[in-house]
Design a binder for this molecule. Sequence first.
Ligand code: ZN
Length: 344
Amino acid sequence: MTASLPATMRASVLLAPRVLEVQERPVPALDPDQVLVEVAAVGVCGSDVHFWHDGRLGDWVVDEPLVLGHESGGRIVAVGRDVDPARIGERVSIEPQRPTPFSRETLEGRYNLDPHMRFYATPGVDGAFAQYVAIQSHFAWHVPDEVSDDAAALMEPLSVAVATAQKAAVTVGSRVLVTGAGPIGVLVAQVARAYGASEVVMSDISADRRAEALRFGATHVVDPLAEDVGSLGLDVDVFVDASGAAPAVQGGVRAVRPAGRVVLVGMGAAEIALPIPVIQNRELLVTGVFRYANTWPTAIELVRSGKVDVDSMVTGHFGLEEVGAAFASANSPGVLKSVVTPQR
Ligand code: ZN
């Protein structure tokens, strides 16, 4: 441990829907296998915005004060008893999950599906809109100097895109449709191109977001209010929904060629009617992704090598006192990804 660490820190705490307060809290105490990270940057995620706006997200309900934020990076400033003190000073990206070590899913290598998972910024587990966070040392991933603090934070949503591309078996020459050009859709497009996709068609109802999609990997864009993606004869190998909108999912399934793959990433409507004969007659594989497992090394390399550009996706920076403003502007025109810098 270093002697110079303060005993308390500032954290942005959600007290009730749309009520945030910056509080003085104890700096987290470390378990033997943890490191303490001085947080440099935290991405604002749609799920944070939902928790803030509604006090809930799906089955999760915020019933006690909660620190949001799960896309974070920074610098190790202290280590637990079992961690090499040489790591102090290292810049890291945080994989914000804590699976139990011996669940069946963890032992099978799918630790993201561990039913006893503790994940940042879900009820009962504080997140990263704070000056310091604790994380298991193996999930504090070293980032090289050429990766920025913002990019270190955005390895988290990039990991969702990597997990999606892997599930969809995107490879050289793949033709891909992505519906929804928010941050996740744009990241999926970039990763698909990095994996060799020859075509990435993206649809979004916003002209603004369609223009952004073309900047970040889309080869074509479609306005779903003018054209139905299911009737364009796209015949793609892979369809990724990053919108959660029923018409996008239904049209997208119809756009997939026989034996193609469908990955549902977007969170929106909880139940959507699907064209079953299309899925049966074309033997489509339909799956979801729930976060990620074992994706950080790939995500860091995609950014380090310049194959994926997350820095250009950042449209604004906010201080810890401004987290509410960051949330309130999340769906405004021109906003793609906001980043909170808790040290200022
Ligand atoms: Zn997220």
